[in-house]
Ligand binder design. Structure first.
Ligand SMILES: *Cc1c(COP(=O)(O)O)cnc(C)c1O
Length: 356
């Protein structure tokens, strides 16, 4: 049976990226060696690294004055690496869910943290808007897409202080004006690569301002000076990321991807809104294009297990919602084909016929 992979992360990847990854495990670019066994300093891998960075820059339209890094440690390491490098006196954070909270917790160890806005009052079902941003902050941190609660910022914030964003789950899914951000980071396992590589886009001019001692591996400048090769980078995940970026470019780039993502999300949200058995959980204007959360509608709560089973039998994988939201979550990342969304919609319609 064909599987439809709605996993929140690690997640679906383009089929050709997986196939080219599999080929490179056996013979990497005609070297006669597996990608799993080559030196990260070989000229063949250096070419992969260079192309990956060039594609990242091109697809996101990253201006001069920024570096792109590929590191280990996941987005969770960035939760403390960001304040380590940037927080001297006080930073602002917006609390839009689990990942924001984790970032806030880490930052508190390094200085003052002001939570400027929070959607905690409604179980993180919306994105706070119109909050004031004090001009004396070292930076403002946001989470652009809330993977667990299914909410997403639809505009790039205007911030009078350096803007830092966790874009783990919506990087390259829609156009972003990188010049409005001073630092963007994320784990690549949601939209770009297998687990193991973390991307960081950092504006050079924000670094070197804190007075604390920075351990070598924590200092972004170490990785900038060494082209992400100060220590051994995650070689295989970077290889697959290059393949994903080539696929994205071939498809027409981020603008085109955004059109496709909007279509996919619309298809599923329309069904959630129409279907009597289900209802959405996120505020309509803040609904994520990447993580679509829904629950059984009022009166149909007892059908939860039955739908999970029903969907599983039809090839749906990874639609169990996070325990903090309950219900269902369909992650519709870049590489998820629209056919998979259609299959889920068909499944929901079939299920409704049985019960409503
Ligand atoms: C998954 C996720 C993280 C955690 O990423 P790791 O790479 O596992 O540390 C952080 N932020 C967001 C928004 C995420 O979706």
């Amino acid at each position: 049976m064909k599987k439809h992979n709605f996993s929140a992360g690690p997640a679906v990847l383009p089929q050709e990226a997986i196939e080219n990854g599999a080929k490179a495990v056996l013979d990497f670019d005609g070297t006669g060696l597996s990608i799993l066994t080559v030196s990260h300093r070989s000229k063949e891998f250096e070419a992969v690294m260079d192309e990956t960075e060039a594609l990242f820059r091109e697809l996101l339209n990253i201006p001069e004055g920024y570096h792109v890094l590929f590191l280990g440690g996941g987005a969770s390491t960035q939760f403390y690496m960001v304040p380590f490098n940037l927080l001297e006196t006080k930073a602002g954070y917006v609390n839009t869910g689990v990942w924001s909270k984790k970032a806030i917790k880490e930052a508190k160890a390094f200085g003052g943290v002001e939570v400027l806005a929070s959607s905690d009052d409604k179980n993180f079902s919306y994105i706070p808007k119109g909050f004031a941003i004090p001009s004396d902050l070292d930076y403002l941190h946001i989470t652009t897409n809330n993977t667990i609660f299914g909410t997403e910022y639809k505009v790039d914030l205007d911030s009078p202080v350096p803007l830092v964003a966790d874009m783990s789950s919506d990087i390259l899914s829609r156009p972003v004006d990188v010049s409005k951000y001073s630092l963007i980071y994320g784990g690549a396992q949601k939209n770009l690569a297998p687990a193991g590589v973390t991307f960081v886009i950092v504006k050079d001019s924000i670094l070197g301002k804190v007075t604390r001692h920075l351990p070598t591996m924590i200092d972004y400048r170490t990785h900038i000076e060494n082209g992400s090769m100060f220590n051994t980078p995650p070689v295989f995940p970077i290889f697959v990321m290059r393949e994903t970026l080539r696929w994205l470019k071939g498809l027409g780039g981020v603008e085109k991807m955004y059109e496709i993502n909007k279509k996919k999300a619309q298809l599923l949200y329309d069904e959630i809104d129409r279907n009597k058995v289900f209802k959405g959980t996120a505020a309509v204007e803040d609904r994520s294009l990447m993580n679509i959360c829904f629950v059984p509608a009022d009166g149909y709560e007892n059908l939860y297990d039955e739908f999970m089973d029903f969907a599983k039998k039809r090839g749906m994988v990874g639609i169990k919602g996070h325990r903090l939201v309950g219900g269902f979550r369909a992650s519709t990342y870049n590489a998820l084909p629209i056919e998979s969304v259609q299959a889920l919609v068909d499944c929901m319609q079939e299920f409704e016929k049985l019960h409503a």
